[in-house]
Design a protein around this ligand. Sequence first.
Ligand SMILES: *Cc1c(COP(=O)(O)O)cnc(C)c1O
Length: 366
Amino acid sequence: MHIPFYSTERQHQAIGPALQAAMETVLASNRYVLGEQVAAFEAEFAALCQTEHCVGVSNGLDALHLALRALGIGSGDEVIVPAHCFIACVLAVMHTGAKPVLVEPDPATYNLDPSRIAAAVTTRTKAVMAVHLYGRPCPVAEIVQTARRHNLYVIEDTAQAHGAMADGRPSGSWGHLAATSFYPTKNLGALGDGGAVTTNDAELARRMRVLRNYGSAEKYHCETPGFNARLDELQAALLRAKLPHLADWNRQRRQLAAFYLSTLANVPDLTLPPESPDSVWHLFVVRTARRDGLQKHLQQHGIGTLIHYPVPPHLQAACASLGHRPGDFPIAEKIAETCLSLPLYPGLTAEEANYIADTVRQFNFE
Ligand SMILES: *Cc1c(COP(=O)(O)O)cnc(C)c1O
């Protein structure tokens, strides 16, 4: 059996005609940038997040970067970011000129540990980034509470948590701003790059619209040095065709996760992610001291896996200016050394999931 780590093939086959129709609509519209598809998708995604506003942007990194800029964050400021996260979270802060201050994750959930925020706050701290990693909502209510005590903004990153409920409210509804990505492999993925920012603050939404479009609210009148960071009509139309299926796709992900959790429960020396009724299981990440061996074993049996992420941000060459060394964030480093993501996506069959679980169980973990 050959099972890729991720494939959209079956997902797209099932809704092929709707995707074709979306593309035809945009082709016939003669409008490819900032037209009615983007406006309609923004309204639909805001409804999913139960926020007043949504601003479509070019990708998740730009969403985070411009969200920080909309809050006025820049040189001389500090932003608290999870030490275990995707590099875009750290790069977005660096691109504003502010300093990312990394905070260790909770080793059980891999998400930011809110009890460690206070110790990282200085007089320069302006914001904390609440990333919902692997589809599992982070303790965002507690993060918001802590942020309030220290007078900080909260920026959510929901790139891996489309449709997830976090502490009883949709992910993307908690932060002053919430940034997301529609990279093709996300739970709601475009057929190219895309992103968005949601907020309940009309002024922040206005600033986002200006920042994504050269700094202009009015054509050819530039109020601030902005960017070209727009979601395009074609991606918006495709996302609109896919959005109605998100709940069903997330349900399939939950089913697969529940299967892995029960069938792999008693494998010695294999750490499973804790159960979570709120997770939308963007990734199913297991941990083992013999990670590289397990990955090779699965590869030899035709099963693709990936590591999210093999090098923590503080040890990336791009972050050398932060001055960190190996050992500075032992929890994040340990996760990077031991984590492995198993295939989990809509369209993966029960037979395939069974084969994957069997193949994991055959591995000698000692
Ligand atoms: C994918 C992702 C991003 C970046 O999104 P892009 O659209 O690839 O720029 C940011 N944060 C997290 C948590 C992600 O998973």
